[in-house]
Design a protein around this ligand. Structure first.
Ligand code: SF4
Length: 191
C-alpha cells in the first residue's frame, strides 16, 4: 500500500510505532517534554522529516503553531517561524523543495552540547542508547547485537537490527534514511 498523507492526530501513535530512534528522540524531547529551543537544526531535521513522512504543510504549520505560539506569541510565530516551515516545503525563498536528511548526513553531523539532533547510534553514550532501545522494546539479546554494531561504527546496521527487533521482521535493504525506516515500518504495521 502506498503511504499517503498523515494527520496530526496520528503523529503520537506513529512516533511510538514507526519513527526511527533519531526522530523519536527529537519528537520526545521537543514535542512532549517541551524542552526545546527553536534552532535551525530542529526545523530542518523535524519539519523535513515530517514532510518526508507525508505531513501536509498546512498541518505542519498548525502543529508547530500549537506547540510554539504560547511561548513566542502567535504574531512572532507567524513572522519568524512559519517562514522556516514554508521554506522547507519550498514555498518561500528560492522555492527549493528540500529533501529530508539521509542517515549518512545525520550520522556525519556534529550536534552541539544540548542539541538533540544527530544519530543516537553514533551520538548517544552506550548507557543512554541502551535505555532508549529498552524503551523501544528491544530485547536483551538483540540489544547486544545492536551495541556490537555500534562499537564497530556500523550505525545504520545497528538501526537496521533495531528495526528488525521491534517489528519482528527482516529489513534486507538496510536502513539508509529515516523516512525509509518510517515507510517500511508503516508497510509492516498497516499492510
Ligand atoms: Fe536515524 Fe538513520 Fe541513525 Fe537510524 S541510522 S537513527 S534512521 S539517522
Amino acid at each position: 500500500k502506498e503511504f499517503g498523507e498523515i494527520s496530526i492526530k496520528d503523529l503520537d501513535q506513529l512516533a511510538r510505532s514507526s519513527f526511527p530512534l533519531c526522530m523519536r528522540h527529537l519528537f520526545d524531547k521537543y514535542v512532549f517534554r517541551r524542552l526545546f529551543t527553536f534552532l535551525l537544526s530542529l526545523t530542518l531535521c523535524v519539519s523535513l522529516y515530517a514532510k518526508g513522512v507525508g505531513l501536509r504543510m498546512e498541518d505542519a504549520l498548525a502543529f508547530w503553531k500549537a506547540e510554539f505560539s504560547h511561548k513566542v506569541g502567535a504574531e512572532r510565530f507567524d513572522k519568524e517561524y512559519a517562514y522556516s516551515i514554508r521554506h522547507n516545503y519550498g514555498k518561500e525563498g528560492k522555492r527549493t523543495d528540500y529533501t529530508p536528511y539521509s542517515c549518512q548526513k545525520i550520522i556525519s553531523s556534529t550536534p552541539g552540547v544540548g542539541d538533540h539532533h544527530g544519530c543516537p547510534y553514533r551520538h548517544f553514550s552506550e548507557e543512554n542508547l541502551r535505555a532508549a532501545l529498552g524503551r523501544m522494546g528491544v530485547g536483551s539479546r538483540a540489544m547486544e547485537d545492536v551495541v556490537d554494531k555500534v562499537r564497530n561504527r556500523h550505525y545504520q546496521l545497528a538501526c537496521t537490527l533495531t528495526f528488525e527487533a521491534v517489528h519482528s521482521s527482516s529489513c534486507d535493504a538496510g536502513i539508509n534514511h529515516p523516512n525509509q525506516y518510517f515507510s517500511d515500518s508503516h508497510k509492516i504495521l498497516q499492510p
